[in-house]
Design a protein around this ligand. Structure first.
Ligand code: PMP
Length: 385
């Protein structure tokens, strides 16, 4: 049998289940990206990169940070970030995916227990799979269940260190973790608390430091700030105790065995941190746009969405979700259908992302198109109500 047939068979199956994906060019008004503060096209970042090129900063790092790839720009960014987030140390990774896999495969040791929210990102799951610690999920935002899992583990003789893994703002639901309660729980059990701030950094908190701001600097907290979302670049900064960062430098395979990020992206990220500190008006405008959209969706579609820039409209099955997304795209609005396995079975949704790449007029147009697309599909409306 033609060995390629196996793969075309898999793809056919995905198509039959409305789960097939393909790459396409960007088009339509942006209601999909994570470029929340519209920094991906920032003039300040562009100028910072040009100035860096002019003073001889290279485009490539040339190797691993542990070999010749460690540049002054990386170190400068990390020092800046540690000051900004008020932690002992910050460590740069080439992506949030690499950082999460590094953290979870490297820090929890054999005999430890990771308890994680069922909604954490795929990169956290992959890190746990690569690591040596046992892991258990708890129902979304259920602190009592997390507590119960750790208590039972201790009662059964678990002697290692527990790790609690959450996102501060969930990427597909737009709701927040109960960080205060989780931090108390972590202290009570002598656990580390790992907070993924991918969708909160730059958007929330004093100076845009995120939702975990008040927990940073604590010796039981590690935070992940991704650079490709509100910061408008790429890469990720892990902030936390110096000893854990030093351990990652020595042991984290995604850090050790990969070419360091371009020194230019370190320069760009440094400029992003300055922008989020110096231009609070971006955050204020984003919050206003998000509440405008939330109200419009509530009034015209009857769907409740959380208080954030991520507005999910859960439809249920993949087929109808995909059909509504197609209609919106045909009307010029870039909204994507998020389907299993990214979200769980029966929870397919439109994920409307509000960014500074839109305005009230675009939001009015989107909600109008959404109402029209949904009314033409009775299965969609009945799923919502
Ligand atoms: N964590 C969360 C919660 C995310 O949503 C993402 C990206 N979708 C990542 C980590 C990975 O970050 P990156 O895109 O920088 O690899």
């Amino acid at each position: 049998m033609d060995p390629l047939k196996r793969y075309s068979g898999f793809l056919e199956e995905l198509k039959n289940q409305a789960r097939h994906r393909s790459l396409r060019a960007q088009s339509g008004v942006d209601f999909t990206s994570n470029d929340y503060l519209a920094l991906a096209h920032s003039g300040r970042i562009r100028d910072a990169i040009i100035r860096a090129l002019e003073r001889g900063v290279p485009s490539g790092s040339g190797g691993s940070r542990l070999l010749r790839g460690n540049h002054a720009e990386h170190e400068h960014l990390e020092q800046d970030a540690a000051r900004f987030f008020r932690t002992e140390r910050a460590l740069l990774f080439s992506s949030g995916y690499a950082a999460n896999t590094a953290l979870l495969s490297t820090l929890p040791q054999r005999g430890d227990l990771i308890v994680y929210d069922e909604y954490v990102h795929a990169s956290a799951h992959d890190g746990m799979k690569l690591g040596r610690a046992d892991s258990l999920s708890f129902p979304h935002n259920d602190v009592t269940a997390a507590e119960c899992a750790m208590r039972t583990w201790r009662q059964r003789g678990g002697t290692g260190t527990p790790w609690i893994v959450v996102e501060s703002l969930y990427s597909m639901d737009g709701d927040r973790a109960p960080l205060e309660d989780l931090s108390v729980l972590a202290r009570h059990f002598g656990a580390f608390l790992l907070i993924d701030e991918a969708h909160a950094t730059g958007v929330f908190g004093v100076d845009g430091r995120g939702l975990a701001d008040k927990f940073e600097g604590s010796d039981h907290v590690l935070v992940l700030h991704t650079g490709g979302k509100a910061l408008g670049v790429s890469g990720a900064l892990v902030t936390g105790p110096a000893v854990l960062c030093e351990f990652l430098v020595n042991r984290a395979r995604p850090f050790i065995f990969a070419t360091a990020p371009s020194p230019l992206s370190a320069v760009a990220l440094g400029e992003s941190l300055s922008i989020i500190r110096e231009e609070p008006e971006r955050r204020i405008r984003l919050a206003a746009l998000a509440s405008y959209a939330r109200e419009a969706i509530q009034q015209r579609i009857g769907a409740w969405t959380p208080q954030s820039q991520i507005l999910p409209i859960i439809i249920g099955q993949s087929g109808p979700t995909l059909r509504v997304a197609d209609k919106l795209q045909a009307a010029g609005f870039d909204v994507r259908a998020i389907r299993p396995p990214t979200v769980s079975e029966g929870k397919a949704r439109l994920r409307i992302s509000i960014t500074l790449n839109t305005d009230e007029t675009a939001i009015d147009g989107l909600v109008c198109a959404l109402e029209y697309a949904m009314h033409r599909q009775s299965d969609v409306l009945s799923a919502l109500r």
